[in-house]
Ligand binder design. Structure first.
Ligand code: ATR
Length: 268
């Protein structure tokens, strides 16, 4: 029998996850299907319930349901608790288990695919919404000092406050970044969706710096800015997408796919 999985979001038609998981399944010889399901804004819990009733074994969760998924789980991993959001569900023994593979995916792409070392380096995280919240702990755990910059400073402070007493995480306004330099600058704002750029000062990138946009599918104003400002490496977030999918696939199937081959296929 074919084991069934899905990704739930809204909108979802643009999602590359079905293609990625289908390529993983082919590559590893797993008998499974993976489809994209659009849940209505108020219908996430009902959609999850339907999948469980129909015998699905798990699903991914994307915008805007990651927080609702967090609230729905019977058991949460520490990664999910740190992110306060869930992107991967496992339906097992009548329970919903939830975890978050976004942070692992980001780190795998940066360290493995881009060959960039994070320990003792300085990171600037742009944005303090859901996408940013999911990666603060992973960056911190990877040994980085993290500055969170956001238009709405209260949201950045809220994220940084959790680290009071345990490490170097600061909240800043964009204008307060002038004169500071970073090894890694991650754009976790949704500014690229509207072809905008947060108001960043010149000179943010240290020699050898990596500029990483969590968006994928096009060259964003942030990526253009980083190239002009001399960032050594500029990357979109496609690798993160593939790596977070691989971690979910591993949790469901206990098999690690070769992400490099799939990333190469998607980049073609
Ligand atoms: P996501 O889940 O994608 O993170 P979100 O929770 O709505 O979406 O968060 C969007 C983030 O992008 C926020 O940090 C937002 O800044 P504010 O908190 O000040 O609203 C940021 N953002 C969106 N458009 C932006 C723009 N044009 N310039 C700067 N920041 C922007």
């Amino acid at each position: 029998m074919t084991d069934r999985y899905a990704v739930i979001g809204n909108p979802i038609s643009h999602s590359k996850s079905p293609l990625i998981h289908t390529l993983f399944a082919q590559q590893t010889g797993q008998n499974m299907s993976y489809e994209a399901i659009e849940a209505p804004p108020e219908g996430f819990a009902a959609t999850v319930q339907r999948l469980r009733t129909e015998g699905y074994l798990g699903c991914n969760v994307t915008v805007p349901f990651k927080f609702e998924a967090f609230a729905l789980c019977d058991q949460l991993s520490s990664r999910a608790r740190e992110a306060k959001a869930v992107n991967t569900l496992i339906f097992r023994d009548g329970e919903i288990l939830g975890t978050n593979t976004d942070g692992v995916g980001l780190l795998a792409d940066i360290e493995k695919n881009l060959g960039f070392t994070l320990m003792w380096k300085d990171a600037l995280l742009l944005g303090a919404g859901g996408a940013a919240a999911g990666v603060v702990w992973p960056l911190f755990n990877a040994g980085m000092g993290v500055v969170i910059a956001n238009r709405t400073i209260t949201k950045a402070r809220f994220l940084a406050e959790e680290f009071t007493g345990s490490g170097t995480v600061y909240a800043r306004r964009y204008e307060e970044l002038a004169g500071q330099q970073f090894d890694l600058v991650i754009n976790a704002t949704s500014s690229g969706l509207s072809d905008e750029l947060p108001p960043l000062p010149d000179g943010l990138f240290k020699p050898g710096a990596l500029a990483y946009d969590m968006m994928y599918g096009r060259e964003t104003p942030f990526m253009q800015f980083a190239r002009k400002q001399g960032a050594a490496v500029v990357s979109d977030g496609l690798g993160m997408l593939v790596e977070q999918a691989a971690e979910a696939f591993y949790l469901w199937r206990n098999v690690r796919p070769d992400t490099g081959a799939v990333l190469g296929e998607l980049r073609k």
